[in-house]
Ligand binder design. Structure first.
Ligand code: UD1
Ligand code: CA
Length: 460
């Protein structure tokens, strides 16, 4: 196994983002900036014959970064003062166990979420295939090189000149340093401590590990957008859009048909099976799976849910942590809250709210109802305007309704209460006592009709 140390530089404040959180934790597509880099590094590690030791250089608001990453197999190295990228690398070696023992060291930044495992793997292959090579620096060509270190090729090698130190002609060079490198760790050991800060920024530059005298190569990548950094909220949106585009294309190649994907928001962990159609404005978040041949109509929001096959989700639905079987129809405008479980062929209609309730196969709640803390049996039909009164002001209670029952419109069940199988509840009933199987129950005032009395109340 080849041992690779990874220094992820994340000590920066990210002032230009104008957020109250460290830059590394800036939210993007349901993750944070640094998660993207770490996930791609993990993927690279899994798909190559390498063993990664990752050290994250933290500084500004380090506790929050550490807390966010606590479940990951990474170490944290603290940089006390931000004296420059070479100083950050020193902090990495000081604070990461076994860092000096690694064959190679990858250096990358926490704010480049579009980096891919493929780029790490190309950098690694390059250095690993040439025993003389001391390092590889990823570069790219850009129309506007402002702000980047310029790759100045000289003789066999090259040097990197920062914007602040570049002369007029150097500033015109449009091949730039991406900030991603892989070095032999021995090369870093030999040169890191010679780096000084005699430059126009007074910073210790990591880029001084590169010089025309060293056998380091600049590997020019075609796809500049993979290296885009995030320093402000405009760049954050741009990076997000690029990642989103890749996610959408992956689904499209898997047979998911989007009507207008640019209006949709689909997080990275979402899976959608073939034959499903996604209308404009659909938002799917978290660990959500959508089955085959579903239709997700306009403006549905689905979070951390499992949707089966052939499920029709009509416009404007909002789901959180729900689970469905196959061949259902839901909505339009249904709100399904955590703990909703809908079996096959259930129908949930418009303006229905369901929470922590199980609707068995073929049952129907078609209009304007609230079903919470309940179990509804197979093939039971619930009329319009039904309410499970589940909360007594202090505690929640359960309503159970058996199979093949019929609940008339405008009924309430005052929980805890059980209604059996094949029961029939007359419209307008408030049910607060159990109803056994096969029974008819009605609980409303008898009607009083007085002939000719209407004119007393009618104004004209
Ligand atoms: C750096 C490169 C530049 C390259 C650019 C790509 C140097 C000297 N220059 O410039 O050639 O084109 O990246 O984006 O390296 N950081 C720390 N501690 C510090 C300083 C920085 O952790 O003391 C971290 C930052 O949080 C950031 C990364 O290092 O994640 C890069 O630092 P930044 O100041 O943005 O470098 P640039 O000036 O952009
Ligand atoms: Ca590996």
């Amino acid at each position: 196994m080849v041992k690779i140390g990874v220094a992820v530089l994340a000590a920066g404040k990210g002032t230009r983002l104008k957020l109250d959180i460290p830059k590394a934790l800036c939210p993007l597509l349901g993750k944070t900036l640094i998660d993207f880099v770490l996930d791609e590094l993990d993927a690279f590690d899994q798909n190559s014959n390498t063993s990664l030791t990752t050290g994250i250089v933290v500084g500004h608001l380090k506790e929050i970064v550490q807390k966010h990453l606590k479940s990951r197999d990474v170490q944290f190295a603290v940089q006390k003062e931000q004296l420059g990228t070479a100083d950050a690398l020193k902090s990495y070696f000081d604070g990461t166990k076994n860092a000096w023992d690694c064959d190679y060291t990858i250096i990358c930044c926490a704010d480049t979420p579009c980096l891919t495992q493929d780029i790490f793997s190309q950098m690694y292959s390059k250095i690993d295939s040439d025993s003389e090579l001391m390092g590889v620096c990823a570069s790219f060509i850009t129309e506007d090189p402002t702000g980047y270190g310029r790759i100045i090729r000289e003789g066999k090698g090259f040097k990197i000149v920062e914007e602040k130190d570049a002369d007029k002609s150097q500033k015109k060079v449009n091949e730039v340093n991406s900030g991603l490198y892989i070095f032999r760790t021995s090369h870093i050991k030999e040169h890191l401590f010679d780096i000084d800060n005699t430059n126009n920024s007074g910073e210790y530059y990591l880029t001084d590990l590169v010089s025309p005298d060293f056998n380091v190569e600049a590997l020019t990548f075609e796809n500049a957008s993979a290296f885009q950094g995030v320093n402000n909220l405009i760049q954050l949106e741009n990076a997000g859009r690029d990642i989103q585009q890749k996610i959408i294309e992956k689904h499209q190649l898997n047979g998911v048909r989007f009507i207008n994907s640019s209006t949709c928001y689909i997080e990275p962990e979402v899976t959608i099976a073939k034959g499903t159609v996604v209308y404009p404005g659909v938002v799917i978040e978290g660990k959500t799976t959508i089955g085959e041949n579903c239709v997700l109509e306009a403006n549905c929001v689905i979070k951390n849910s499992q949707i089966g096959n052939a499920v029709k989700v009509l416009a404007g639905c909002y789901f959180e942590e729900i689970k469905t079987g196959n061949e259902l129809s839901i909505g339009p405008m249904a709100r399904l809250r955590p703990g909703t479980v809908l079996e096959d062929k259930v129908k949930v209609g418009n303006f229905v709210e369901i929470k922590k309730a199980e609707l068995k196969k073929g049952s129907k709640v078609s209009h304007l109802s609230y079903v919470g803390d309940a179990e509804i049996g197979e093939e039971t039909n619930i009329g319009c305007g039904f309410i499970t009164c589940n909360y007594d002001g202090a505690n929640k209670h359960k309503t159970t309704i058996g199979k093949n029952s019929f609940i008339g419109s405008d009924c309430q069940t005052i929980a805890p209460v059980n209604i059996g199988d094949n029961a029939y509840i007359g419209s307008g009933s408030t049910i607060n006592k159990d109803v056994p199987s096969d029974a008819f129950a009605i609980a409303r005032e008898r009607q009083v009709t007085k002939e000719g009395m209407a004119k007393k109340f009618l104004k004209k």
